[in-house]
Ligand binder design. Structure first.
Ligand code: GLN
Length: 198
């Protein structure tokens, strides 16, 4: 995916990284899959896709990416996590599998698979004041919920019952849902603006 815009990586260990590469490339970014620690040095931002956070966690440690990723997040690299990616960024995860770790950095408590088996997947429209305009059509797939937003983080969107599903904290952005699947590029544009001003 060539582009004249910023060089933005998508963690490509597992999950729907191809969809993010396509959206970012379509917005003019130079979008590259990231699988090796060396690839972190040249990127100006990173997306961590949806997928399965426990698998992504294991693979990131196996491939020696977890520690360099933690260092990059702490040094201020803009990072956007969707669904499993949001879980990877959270400081605390509830209902994790045994031994599951996260990269952390985002001052949040996130609960995995928060909608249970009754409501594995659903779609709804969300008001997102920070993004403006029409509501965002949000696709949730075995999604996490943000159970508590720490002092350093803030909520960007909630479900009608008040449960938080989009968050930011400085250079970090997270959504429980999957904007890469709907053709609505406003969250990716919002993220690229962070990359541009970092
Ligand atoms: N349930 C998955 C997890 O725990 C997340 C699902 C998704 O990314 N769509 O990682």
């Amino acid at each position: 995916m060539a582009g004249s815009g910023p060089r933005v990586g998508v963690l490509a260990l597992q999950g729907d990284f191809r969809e993010h590469l396509a959206v970012l490339g379509g917005l003019g970014a130079e979008a590259i899959p990231v699988k090796r620690p060396e690839e972190l040095a040249s990127i100006q931002g990173l997306v961590i896709p949806g997928g399965e956070s426990s698998v992504m966690d294991k693979l990131s440690r196996m491939f020696g990416l977890a520690d360099p990723l933690k260092a990059a997040i702490r040094s201020g690299l803009p990072v956007y996590g969707t669904c499993a990616g949001l879980i990877m960024l959270a400081d605390t995860v509830l209902d994790a599998i045994d031994g599951q770790q996260t990269l952390g950095g985002f001052d949040l408590v996130v609960r995995r698979n928060a909608f249970g088996s009754q409501l594995d997947s659903f779609e709804t429209d969300l008001e997102v004041p920070a993004i403006g305009g029409d509501p965002v059509h949000a696709v949730f797939i075995r999604a996490p919920i943000v159970e508590s937003v720490g002092e350093r983080a803030s909520a960007l969107a909630s479900l009608p019952d008040g449960r938080v599903v989009a968050v930011e904290q400085g250079n970090l952005l997270g959504t429980s849902f999957h904007p890469e699947m709907t053709g609505d590029t406003r969250f990716h544009e919002y993220f690229l603006a962070k990359v541009g001003s970092a």
